[in-house]
Write a protein that binds this ligand. Structure first.
Ligand code: SAM
Length: 326
C-alpha cells in the first residue's frame, strides 16, 4: 500500500463517503470496458418488456420478451459501437430494437443479425388470432414497427437540435459556441445517416439442381442427369434468390452492395457481376466496361451459341476478368 501511495497510484475521492480507488493505466487493463455488477439493478424487469411490446402492438402477443434496457446494457458491455452483433433466439425481436435504439443514442453503427425458427404460434393464442402464424412473423413485424418509431424519434431529435443550433447562432460567436454548433451539426448528420432498414433471408433449398452419383447402368437416370449440364437452374428458382445464393457461394457478405443494371447485377461495385437473365454481344461489352474482377453467368443464356460463348471467354480473358459459367 505504501508503495502505491508513494507512486501516487491511489485516488482519494473528494466525497469522503466514497471509497479510495487505485489508478490503473490503459496498458495495464485486460479489457477496455468497465466491468458491471452481476446484479443488474438499473435495467427493467420483464413487465417493462411486456409494456414495450404493447406500446408497439397494442396487445401482448409474446410472453418472453426481454427489456430493451437489459439488452442495451449487455450490448454496451460486450461490443464496440460498430460491430456486428447476433441473437440466435430472436423471439419478439427486442434485440433488433435495442441495437437500433443504441445506435441512435450514441451515434454507433452496430449491425445485427437475428435468427428465428419459423416456429408456429398456438392456434388459440392472441398472436395467431392477430394473424401471426409464426414467431418469425412477430419478430419481423416488431422490427418494422420499432424502426418506424425510431425514425419518428430521430426526426424529433433533429428538430430539437436544430432549435438548439438556432439559439446558439443568436448568441455571441465565441470559440465555444462555434464548437458546440459544429458538434450539433455532426450529431444531426449522424442521426440522418442512421439505417433502420433490414433484410429477411430464409433458409431454403438451393436454386440449382444438385449433381447426384448414378449407381449401376441406369441410362435413363443418366440422361436426366446430363440435362443438368444444359440447365442446372431449379424450377422454383427466382432471379433474386439466385443472386443471394451466388453471393454467398462466392464468399461475399450478405450486406454486399447489390446494384441492378439493365441486364445484370453488380456486386460491391467492381467485385463481381452476375449475369442471370440474358447474354448478347452488347451485354458482354457492357459488362466488360464495368471492369469487374469476376463474372458469373448462367450457361443456358448462351442458348447453344458457341461462337458468342467462345468470344465472351476470349474477351473476358483479354480484359483480365475471371469468367465462370454454371
Ligand atoms: C425466449 S425467446 C427469446 C426472446 C427474445 N430475447 C425477446 O426479447 O423477444 C426464445 C426463442 O428462441 C427460439 N428457439 C428456441 N430453441 C431454438 C433453437 N434450437 N434454435 C433456434 N431458435 C430456437 C424460439 O422460437 C423462441 O422464440
Amino acid at each position: 500500500m505504501q508503495k502505491l501511495l508513494n507512486e501516487n497510484r491511489v485516488v482519494f475521492p473528494k466525497d469522503i463517503t466514497k471509497r479510495p480507488m487505485m489508478k490503473r493505466f490503459r496498458n495495464e487493463l485486460k479489457s477496455e470496458v468497465n466491468p458491471i455488477s452481476t446484479l443488474l439493478t438499473e435495467v427493467g424487469m420483464n413487465s417493462e418488456a411486456t409494456k414495450e411490446f404493447r406500446n408497439l402492438f397494442g396487445a401482448t402477443l409474446f410472453n418472453y420478451s426481454k427489456p430493451i434496457s437489459l439488452i442495451k446494457t449487455l450490448l454496451n458491455q460486450t461490443s464496440r459501437n460498430n460491430e456486428l452483433v447476433m441473437d440466435f433466439f430472436a423471439g419478439s425481436g427486442a434485440f433488433a430494437q435495442a441495437v437500433m435504439d443504441l445506435n441512435t443514442a450514441d451515434g454507433g453503427n452496430r449491425k445485427y443479425i437475428c435468427v428465428q425458427l419459423p416456429e408456429l404460434t398456438d392456434e388459440k393464442s392472441e398472436a395467431y388470432k392477430a394473424g401471426f402464424n409464426t414467431i418469425a412473423d412477430i419478430s419481423k413485424e416488431r422490427i418494422r414497427r420499432a424502426a418506424k418509431k425510431i425514425e419518428g424519434e430521430i426526426k424529433e431529435e433533429i428538430k430539437r437540435i436544430e432549435g438548439e443550433i438556432k439559439k446558439l447562432q443568436g448568441e455571441l460567436p465565441t470559440t465555444e459556441t462555434k464548437e458546440e454548433i459544429e458538434n450539433l451539426k455532426n450529431k444531426i448528420e449522424n442521426l440522418q445517416s442512421q439505417d433502420v432498414g433490414f433484410k429477411v433471408l430464409k433458409l431454403e433449398d438451393s436454386n440449382f439442381k444438385q449433381w447426384q452419383q448414378i449407381e449401376g447402368k441406369d441410362t435413363k437416370a443418366l440422361v436426366e442427369q446430363m440435362k443438368l449440364f444444359v440447365d442446372p437452374v431449379a424450377a422454383s428458382a427466382t432471379i433474386e434468390n439466385m443472386v443471394y445464393e451466388l453471393l454467398l457461394k462466392s464468399g461475399k457478405n450478405l450486406n454486399s452492395r447489390i446494384e441492378k443494371k439493365d441486364t445484370f447485377y453488380k456486386i460491391n461495385d467492381h467485385e463481381l457481376v452476375l449475369l442471370l437473365e440474358s447474354a448478347t454481344k452488347e451485354i458482354m461489352e457492357a459488362v466488360i466496361a464495368e471492369k469487374p474482377l469476376k463474372v458469373i453467368a448462367l450457361d443456358k443464356l448462351f442458348k447453344g451459341n458457341d461462337q458468342l460463348k467462345t468470344n465472351t471467354v476470349l474477351r473476358m480473358r483479354d480484359a483480365g476478368v475471371e469468367f465462370k459459367t454454371i
